[in-house]
Design a protein around this ligand. Structure first.
Ligand SMILES: [Zn+2]
Length: 219
């Protein structure tokens, strides 16, 4: 392996660990639930199973190829590896974040699609779908997820959590944070007795998406 490639892998691993720690510090996961990955060329760096994120150091990098064969490190990759690999095989994603964020997970038990309470849905490509339930770590769950991600950069997994991806770990993380926040807004608005939230129409959301394409970040 060339020095340049080794440096790129070392930097990406540092970002994977920092992002995994951030999911815990900012309350998106409890303990080591949830997992984070980044792609460098044909290698996917991914958090290992069962190791607290604050114990992961520069020498602990775990890498697999796109078929899931381990090519780097001695720790065992996350059991959610099929989810991560399915995203990379099916898109140009450079990073994937999977969490059990509390409000998003609660909403995953209630609806097949996150109600359009806010135009932040445009940041995820449109109304966010809930993938049907399948056991964690299975190809069946990965298949359900891929269908829910069509034309989107994030989805909910029923009775489980969230998956988002992006061109960088910061972008994937931000999409998870926006999704969790939007689910929290809907739950908050829905919990006022005698009222139900007004929702945006698909046309109003499309209007936001067009504005985003023209002007960058929403206000
Ligand atoms: Zn999970």
């Amino acid at each position: 392996m060339s020095d340049g490639r080794q440096d790129a892998i070392a930097r990406a691993w540092e970002e994977v660990v920092a992002t995994a720690r951030r999911t815990r510090e900012e309350g998106l996961v409890v303990g080591t639930s949830g997992n984070v990955s980044a792609r460098v060329g044909d290698i996917v760096l991914v958090t290992p199973t069962g190791v607290p994120y604050d114990r992961l150091g520069p020498g602990d990098a775990v890498g697999v190829d796109l078929e899931g064969r381990q090519v780097l490190g001695g720790l065992v990759p996350t059991s959610e590896l099929p989810l991560h690999l399915a995203v990379y095989r099916g898109s140009g994603a450079r990073a994937v974040v999977h969490t059990h964020a509390v409000h998003a997970t609660a909403v995953s038990t209630l609806v097949p699609e996150v109600p359009l309470v806010h135009y932040a849905a445009a940041l995820l490509g449109g109304p966010v779908r809930t993938a049907p339930y399948a056991r964690y770590g299975t190809q069946e769950l990965a298949d359900h997820m891929l269908a829910a991600l069509r034309d989107r950069t994030g989805c909910l997994l029923r009775n489980h959590g969230t998956v988002t991806y992006g061109d960088s770990l910061d972008e994937a993380y931000d999409r998870t944070a926006q999704l969790e926040w939007m689910c929290r807004v809907w739950l908050t608005a829905s919990s006022v007795p005698g009222h139900s939230p007004t929702l945006l129409t698909p046309g109003q959301l499309r209007d936001v998406q067009e504005a985003l394409e023209g002007y960058g970040q929403p206000g």
